[in-house]
Ligand binder design. Structure first.
Ligand code: SF4
Ligand code: SF4
Ligand code: SF4
Length: 268
């Protein structure tokens, strides 16, 4: 049976965590949490590192009533333990000018597929909308980063240099006198700023997903969203079948290496 009560250091008190939808709560849910914290807690809430809301100072004997309150107010209690934790996400293309993928949509789908799933140890997962990496995906067990690789159309280029001026890593070189344009793909971090800067349709962006496992960049960029989900499905299957009880993903890699894991994912 899933455990929802996180023991506090104060005897007889527990904190209860509530899920957000990839970092988003409706105003109605916030009002309900306000009432819940007043009725069942100490009138305060805490934000967790996984974009959950935690209500402390709840008594065990009030939990059944609290559950009923949640059912009536569309609040979802987050389970504890060795599970697939709530997926965190930035707002990506929904509101951020730098976004290249819809991070909340990806996070919600990963949550739908795996949220609360029992595993040998916990798996943290984050989705970040662009290479700025606000969600620090490489510090999670599974991280998804939106990227956009520029594609050059020479026939449209007027060699104005606008693209090179916005590139923060110096990956582009443009010479107006010599009609010269080149990109250093090793330097390019696939942020797509140059694509947005070009007003002559000489650059288009190829959107993709980079996926990290325990901070490791093991796979080429994925361009098909469904394939991204299938790869995460397969990675969790491998973890379930190969990790020892209480072993984190990074420790499993230290023990087994990553070659077999990569081979397992390559057939997806
Ligand atoms: S990672 Fe990119 S898309 Fe997400 S909030 Fe940061 S800048 Fe915006
Ligand atoms: S901004 Fe566009 S037109 Fe100008 S140099 Fe770059 S690719 Fe060419
Ligand atoms: S995608 Fe970003 S890093 Fe790559 S060349 Fe364009 S501006 Fe530079």
């Amino acid at each position: 049976m899933k455990n929802f009560l996180a023991r506090q250091k104060q005897d007889g008190f527990f904190s209860i965590r509530f899920k957000s939808a990839a970092g988003t709560l409706t105003a109605a849910q916030l009002l309900a949490l306000h009432e819940l914290a007043e009725r069942f807690g100490a009138g305060v809430v805490n934000l967790t590192s996984r974009q959950e809301i935690s209500v402390p100072f709840v008594r065990r004997e009030d939990f059944d009533a609290l559950e009923k309150f949640c059912a009536a107010h569309e609040l979802k209690i987050s389970p504890l333990g060795t599970i697939f934790k709530q997926v965190t996400a930035c707002q990506g293309t929904q509101t951020c000018p730098s976004g290249v993928i819809d991070s909340p949509k990806v996070a919600r789908e990963l949550e739908r597929r795996h949220g609360g799933r029992e595993l040998p140890n916990k798996i943290t997962c984050a989705v970040t909308g662009c290479p700025n990496n606000c969600m620090k995906v490489d510090a999670n067990d599974i991280g998804v980063k939106g990227v956009v690789a520029p594609k050059f159309f020479q026939e449209n280029c007027i060699y104005c240099g606008a693209c090179a001026r916005v590139c923060r890593v110096g990956a582009l070189e443009v010479d107006r006198e010599k009609n010269f344009w080149t990109i250093d793909r090793d330097k390019c971090i696939a942020c797509g700023r140059c694509v947005k800067a070009c007003k002559k349709s000489a650059l288009s962006g190829v959107v993709g997903f980079k996926i990290f496992f325990a901070g490791k960049d093991l796979l080429p960029t994925i361009h098909d969203e469904e394939k991204l989900y299938e790869i995460v499905d397969a990675a969790l299957k491998y973890f379930s079948e190969h990790a020892k009880p209480r072993e984190r993903l990074s420790k499993m890699f230290e023990r087994l290496g990553t070659d077999e894991f990569k081979k397992f994912l390559s057939v997806v």
